[in-house]
Design a protein around this ligand. Structure first.
Ligand SMILES: NC(=O)c1ccc[n+]([C@@H]2O[C@H](COP(=O)([O-])OP(=O)(O)OC[C@H]3O[C@@H](n4cnc5c(N)ncnc54)[C@H](OP(=O)(O)O)[C@@H]3O)[C@@H](O)[C@H]2O)c1
Length: 411
C-alpha cells in the first residue's frame, strides 16, 4: 500500500448525505486506526459541520477544494488512498475528481445514479486507471449496493447448491420506507435535462447494456416491469424507479465477473404493491404515475416548476426521524437453466437513500483501503459486486444495519 497521509478523504462532507456519513464515522462507527479528513468547497460549511459533530471530531482535518479546481483536486488526491465523493449531480461536478483520482492512482467511490456519466467516465479514463491502479467504484449507495450484492450472494449460493449460476434473476422491493433529498432530485432532473437536448443520449439511456465493456456480445432482450401479477411473491408488481441504474450496474457486473453469470443473463427489478384488487390497482397507479412522470419531466418548464416549488432543494432531505424510522427489504429469486429456484433477501435499517446509504458508502471507502488488495484487484472501473467480496458484506452486516440471507431453494 502506498504511504499517503490519509486513508480516506470524504469530499462533499457538508452535503446532505455527507453530513450523515461524517456523523457515522465520528460518533457511530469508529474504525480502528483510520486516518481520514473531511473536504469540501466551503470552509465555513466544514467548520459548522465539525462543530455539530462534537468533541470527537476535534482532531479531524478539513481540506478545501472546489470540484472545478483541478490543481486543488490533484493536491487532495495526492494526500489520500481513497476518496469518497458525495458531490453531485456527478454529471455536473464529478469529472475532474475522477480524472485526478485516476491520474494519481487514488481509489474512489461515490453515489452516482447517473448511467450516462458513468459511461462517459469509463470511456475517457478507464485505460489510464488500469495503468495507474486507481479502482473507481460508482453507485455505492442504495443504488446499487443491495441489488448488485444481492445478485452476487444469490449467484454464489446457486453455484454451490446447483453447480451453476442462474441465467435469470429478479429483484422485488418487498418493503421500503424513506424519502428523497434535493441532491438526488437535482441529479435525476439533470439526466432529463441532458436527455431532452441529446437524441443520442436518449438512445443510450434505453440501452440495457450501456455500461458493459465496448465490444460486448450481449443480445438478450431485457424486460422492464410495467404492471404484472408476480406469482413468486404472490403480489402485484409495478415499476421501481431505481431499476434504471441498478439494472445497468448488475449487467455490468455480469460482464466483469469471470465467465459471466450467463451470456444470456436476464435481470429485472420491480416494486411489490400487495395482492388482490387493491394490489392490482396500486400497481396500475404506479405504472401510470411512472409513465406520466417521465413525460412531464422531459418538459423543461415543468421540470423548473417542480424543482422550484414541489421538491426538496439541494442540501435538504428527510428529517432525522424519517431517517431513523426508514427501512427496506428486497427479495431476489433466481432460476437455473434446469428450472431450480433459489431466493435471497437483503434488508436494511434506516431510510434507504440516506441513513442506510451513508453507512454503505462509508464502509465501501473503508473496505477499499482495508480489504481490497491492490495486487488482487487492479485499477479500472469496477462495480460493487466485482470489487467487494465477503469482507464488505460482513462489514455491512456488522456495522451498517444490513442483512444478506439465502432463503434456500424454492419449489
Ligand atoms: N445512490 C444512492 O443511493 C444515493 C443516495 C443519496 C444521494 N445520492 C446522490 O449523492 C449526491 C449527493 O446528494 P445530497 O442530497 O447529499 O446532495 P446535496 O446536499 O445537494 O450536496 C451536494 C454537495 O455538492 C457540493 N458541491 C456542489 N458544487 C460544488 C463544487 N463546485 N465544488 C465542491 N463541492 C460542490 C455541495 O457543497 P456545499 O456543501 O459547500 O454546498 C454539497 O456538499 C447526489 O448526486 C445524489 O443523487 C445517491
Amino acid at each position: 500500500m502506498i504511504n499517503k497521509q490519509f486513508d480516506i478523504v470524504v469530499f462533499g462532507a457538508s452535503s446532505f448525505v455527507g453530513k450523515i456519513l461524517c456523523e457515522y464515522l465520528v460518533n457511530e462507527h469508529k474504525e480502528a486506526n483510520l486516518s481520514w479528513a473531511m473536504a469540501g468547497r466551503s470552509q465555513s460549511k466544514l467548520d459548522t459541520l465539525k462543530k455539530s459533530l462534537g468533541s470527537n471530531a476535534n482532531a479531524i482535518p478539513c481540506l478545501l477544494a472546489d470540484s472545478m479546481d483541478e490543481a486543488a483536486l490533484l493536491e487532495m488526491c495526492e494526500k489520500t488512498a481513497v476518496v469518497i465523493s458525495t458531490v453531485g449531480p456527478y454529471a455536473l461536478y464529478g469529472e475532474l475528481l475522477v480524472k485526478a483520482c485516476v491520474e494519481t492512482g487514488t481509489d474512489y467511490c461515490d453515489l452516482t445514479g447517473e448511467p450516462q456519466w458513468i459511461r462517459r467516465m469509463i470511456s475517457r479514463y478507464e485505460s489510464l486507471a488500469v495503468e495507474t491502479g486507481a479502482r473507481i467504484v460508482n453507485s455505492c449507495g442504495f443504488d446499487s449496493i443491495p441489488s448488485d450484492l444481492g445478485v452476487q450472494i444469490l449467484q454464489k449460493a446457486s453455484l454451490e447448491k446447483f453447480g451453476s449460476y442462474c441465467p435469470q434473476v429478479k429483484m422485488r422491493v418487498v418493503k421500503m420506507k424513506g424519502g428523497a433529498s434535493g441532491g438526488t432530485i437535482a441529479s435525476g432532473m439533470n439526466v432529463y435535462k441532458e436527455a431532452s437536448r441529446d437524441p443520442a443520449l436518449r438512445e443510450e439511456l434505453k440501452d440495457w447494456y450501456s455500461l458493459c465493456p465496448e465490444g460486448h456480445e450481449f443480445i438478450q432482450r431485457q424486460k422492464s416491469v410495467d404492471c404484472e401479477l408476480d406469482t413468486d411473491f404472490d403480489s402485484w408488481a409495478g415499476p421501481f424507479i431505481m431499476a434504471s441504474i441498478n439494472t445497468r450496474i448488475v449487467l455490468r457486473s455480469n460482464a466483469l465477473v469471470e465467465g459471466f453469470y450467463s451470456p444470456d443473463f436476464l435481470y429485472d427489478e420491480a416494486m411489490l404493491t400487495g395482492n388482490g384488487k387493491k394490489g392490482e390497482k396500486a400497481a396500475k397507479r404506479l405504472a401510470r404515475g411512472t409513465k406520466v412522470g417521465f413525460v412531464l419531466m422531459a418538459v423543461g418548464p415543468i421540470r423548473w416548476l417542480v424543482s422550484k416549488f414541489l421538491v426538496p432543494k439541494p442540501g435538504e432531505g428527510p428529517s432525522p426521524e424519517q431517517q431513523m424510522t426508514g427501512h427496506y427489504e428486497l427479495g431476489f429469486v433466481g432460476t437455473t437453466a434446469e428450472s431450480e429456484s433459489i431466493r435471497a433477501t437483503v434488508k436494511g435499517d434506516r431510510d434507504p437513500g440516506y441513513g442506510s446509504t451513508a453507512k454503505m458508502l462509508a464502509q465501501a471507502g473503508i473496505s477499499l483501503c482495508r480489504d481490497v488488495d491492490k495486487t488482487e484487484v487492479k485499477g479500472g472501473f469496477w462495480t460493487p459486486a466485482t470489487v467487494f467480496g465477503d469482507k464488505y458484506i460482513a462489514r455491512l452486516q456488522k456495522y451498517a444495519g444490513m442483512s444478506f440471507e439465502i432463503n434456500g431453494a424454492g419449489d
